[in-house]
Ligand binder design. Structure first.
Ligand code: PLP
Ligand code: COI
Length: 340
């Protein structure tokens, strides 16, 4: 039985579901994990995640496919990325097997919250790994908690594929070249909140960041990667040490190649922005959001008007969604079926 939810009009907001799954790491090992109905954690006031930001998370999605089965998109990639985040912030590894097991168990327990096929919705899956043991000095925790929570979502930006205006603010950086921009740690998002709020207040739904060292190259948007399409269809995305390796971006690159487009992963100069026929922001939550224009001080870079017929980004968007909803063959084995 599905929940009574207005599936077609879901946004990207918090909604309480039936349960989350929680695991504890103590004395050098993880426990078996349990499904918990309360949405609260009982955490020590001196937990390292609270004081020192020892926290990493992931974001992935499950879809009800055309054949009625529920499948998760590229779960192993998220498991691997969490392993990199854990290593860099000195937390114990969550094995791919444990990650997979956690995701499967929590979806099965919350199956009535997976949006039905045809509604455009999906189940957003949020794994979170935190230091939960007490420490006063700056050192790694002696205890860790891994949880996975889920919630039904629709589009991240409420206007769907309507292009949005982006703003570059030179006074704020997202991530230093040898810092933690390439892993998904909680502090990166706290660091971006102020700049995001300032951009919103000026009428820009999305902030674009330049490389912190020179401010000459494009890094990424606050919560999504940058993709530019040249007039000949070439897919261009920044190569930078401080960009989060997006699984959506990696998948879109593969799809672009499958469709016969060239893909270039290389530094993208700010001065090149005016040469793109299309610009998009890509990530699990947004899939692809089209960018209408980019402002930086007195510069205004207008992206050519979106043309549905010729748009490479909309072709890529349609193809990735068709794979996710099981409407075309999953030739790269990206989807994992959930046993319900
Ligand atoms: N860049 C940042 C900073 C993000 O937070 C995200 C979201 O996870 C992405 C890019 C997109 O990554 P993915 O496609 O793996 O969701
Ligand atoms: C993504 O999944 O694309 C995100 O960046 C999630 C965001 C809410 C942090």
């Amino acid at each position: 039985m599905k929940k009574e939810i207005d599936w077609a009009n879901l946004g990207f907001g918090y909604m309480q579901t039936k349960s989350h799954i929680a695991y504890t790491w103590k004395d050098g090992k993880w426990n078996e994990g349990e499904l918990v109905e309360s949405p609260y954690l009982n955490i020590h006031i001196a937990a390292t995640s609270l004081h020192y930001g020892q926290a990493a998370f992931e974001g992935l999605k499950a879809f009800t496919c055309k054949d009625g089965k529920v499948r998760v998109f590229r779960m192993e990639e998220n498991a691997k990325r969490l392993q990199r985040s854990a290593e860099r912030t000195f937390m114990p590894e969550v094995s791919t097997e444990m990650f997979n097991d956690a995701v499967q168990r929590v979806i099965a327990d919350n199956k009535e919250f997976v949006p039905p096929y045809g509604t455009g919705g999906s189940l957003y899956i949020r794994p979170l790994l935190i230091g939960s043991g007490a420490e006063m000095g700056v050192k790694p925790s002696i205890e860790y908690t891994f949880i996975v929570m889920v919630m039904p979502v629709g589009p991240y930006y409420t206007n769907g594929l309507t292009p949005v205006k982006a703003l570059i603010q030179d006074e704020y950086d997202r991530a230093a070249p040898q810092g933690v921009g390439d892993i998904k740690v909680a502090g990166n998002y706290a660091a971006g909140l102020y700049a995001q709020a300032k951009a919103k207040a000026k009428g820009y739904p999305i902030a674009l960041y330049l490389d912190a060292k020179e401010h000459n190259y494009i890094d990424e948007f606050g919560t999504s990667n940058f993709v530019g399409i040249k007039a000949d269809g070439t897919y261009v995305t920044p190569k930078s040490q401080s960009v989060l390796p997006s699984i959506t971006n990696k998948s879109l690159q593969q799809i672009a190649e499958d469709l016969g487009y060239n893909v270039e992963v290389r530094p993208v100069a700010y001065s090149e922005l005016g040469e793109f026929a299309e610009i998009g922001a890509c990530g699990t939550a947004v899939v692809i959001t089209l960018i209408e224009s980019i402002d930086r001080n007195d510069d205004h870079i207008q992206v050519p008007t979106f043309n549905k017929e010729t748009s490479v980004l909309s072709k890529l968007y349609n193809q990735i969604q068709a794979i996710q909803y099981g409407e075309v063959e999953d030739t790269h084995n990206w989807m994992t079926e959930v046993s319900l």
